[in-house]
Design a protein around this ligand. Structure first.
Ligand code: GLV
Ligand code: MN
Ligand code: MN
Ligand code: MN
Length: 408
């Protein structure tokens, strides 16, 4: 059984055309027309193989390779197809295409599996258009009810619920399935998005777990005024209070070890005019740490820190995402280690700094992830790159892991 390096690479490059941006990057927002097209392209490869498609209420898309014992829980493998607004060609989509390549290789080798293997493409992992990310996997696992994000709006004011309904209507030809089931195991292949595997000359990362993340949305309400005439002492300047809040958060999250990671990646100011004092400033907070106690303590102090920093404005803080640190199952880690060894590949255990849908599968079934090297560790950037050989090695390891788990 061998995966095809060329076929997988051709598919990756075809997918990269859907949302291509300058510098070889990709902008394929969740539930956009480009996302619809990417799903159709995936189906155009999967259906001729005889894989059975289905879609759930969150738009999570499944492709089933039947097992010889269809009543047994299936092995689930995949990732996501949406990208960051200035993202790369591999984050997410490689995991879906690797799962397809692995299943295709198994079928071409004429190998039957006891358990079914289902390929999954989760809806909105990135959270770049509709925050937060991982909506598809959170709903699948029961972590949040499916209607939780219906009112979340994108920059154009379009609602998540309406855009999801549009996708489901466009895919009315695909059989619907109930939301959520209990797989035998879940395996997510993904690019590392960090520098370790490349620096150490390794092929495969056996992911041990994922650090925790908390997201907040902060809105600071002030009052518009004329930039030339309004005395400073009388202003309620939302930008000035945002700057105070971010400075206070920098102090709250300072960590000499650089383990606690604090990011303000999104800032909006209204009315966004040079000579008008802003009456609204909005910014995002992304806070991460591998230790639940640290993440909980610092995260719980965010609201008071922001309130304490307000000079003249009023702040509203909403927590939009809370993913506790997750530990992956020995069952999956051992299967990956054995597969890498059988392929003569060099592997190491490692944690994930990025979050992934796999985090939400941990309470549902034995879960794990396979990492492949990322050039210079770059990700969430158009320069993101893994080579044809690296992507093929990852898919080959996945094929062995799926064959192993689906044979049990
Ligand atoms: C996922 O994209 C993350 O931000 O970790
Ligand atoms: Mn990803
Ligand atoms: Mn990502
Ligand atoms: Mn991600």
């Amino acid at each position: 059984m061998r995966v095809s390096e060329q076929r997988q690479w051709d598919r990756l490059m075809q997918m990269a055309r859907l949302g291509a941006i300058q510098g070889e990057g990709v902008n394929r927002a969740a539930l956009s027309d480009l996302d619809h097209q990417a799903r159709r392209l995936l189906l155009s490869w999967a259906l001729p193989l005889g894989l059975a498609p289905s879609v759930d209420a969150l738009g999570n898309l499944f492709l089933r390779h039947e097992g010889t014992d269809p009543g047994l829980p299936a092995v689930l493998a995949g990732s996501h197809m949406d990208s960051q607004p200035k993202g790369g060609r591999f984050d997410g989509i490689w995991g879906v295409l690797a799962a397809l390549e692995a299943v295709q290789a198994i079928r071409e080798a004429g190998l039957a599996t006891r358990r079914a293997i289902e390929i999954v493409a989760w809806t909105n992992e990135e959270g770049g258009r509709f925050a937060p990310g991982c909506m598809g996997s959170m709903a699948f696992s029961g972590f949040r009810p499916p209607g939780s994000w219906d009112e979340v709006k994108d920059r154009d004011g379009l609602r998540f619920g309406a855009e999801l309904a549009r996708l489901l209507a466009a895919e009315a030809d695909i059989p619907r399935r109930p939301l959520g089931f209990t797989p035998y195991a879940y395996v997510e292949p993904h690019i590392e998005q960090g520098p370790l595997l490349e620096a150490e000359g390794l092929d495969i990362g056996i992911v041990t777990g994922i650090q925790g993340s908390r997201w907040f949305l902060v809105e600071i309400a002030g009052k518009t005024d004329h930039a030339g005439t309004a005395p400073l002492a009388l202003r309620q300047d939302a930008v000035q209070d945002m700057v105070r809040a971010i400075a206070a958060l920098n102090a709250l999250t300072a960590d000499p070890q650089d383990v606690l990671r604090f990011t303000v990646g999104r800032v909006e100011v209204f009315p966004n005019s040079s000579n008008t004092v802003a009456d609204l400033a909005r910014f995002s907070i992304d806070l991460r740490h591998p230790d639940a106690a640290v993440l909980t303590a610092r995260g719980d102090a965010v609201v008071a820190t922001i309130q304490g920093a307000m000079a003249r404005c009023r702040a509203t803080v909403t927590e939009t995402f809370n993913a506790l640190p997750a530990r992956f199952a020995p069952l999956v880690q051992e299967a990956i280690a054995a597969a890498a060894q059988a392929e003569g590949l060099q592997a190491r255990p490692m944690p994930s700094g990025a979050f992934h849908d796999a985090q939400f599968l941990v309470p549902v079934c034995p879960t794990g992830m396979i990492f492949i090297p990322s050039r210079a560790g770059i990700s969430h950037h158009p320069a993101e790159y893994s080579s044809p050989a690296q992507t093929a090695r990852g898919a080959q390891v996945l094929a062995r892991v799926l064959l192993d788990l689906a044979g049990r």
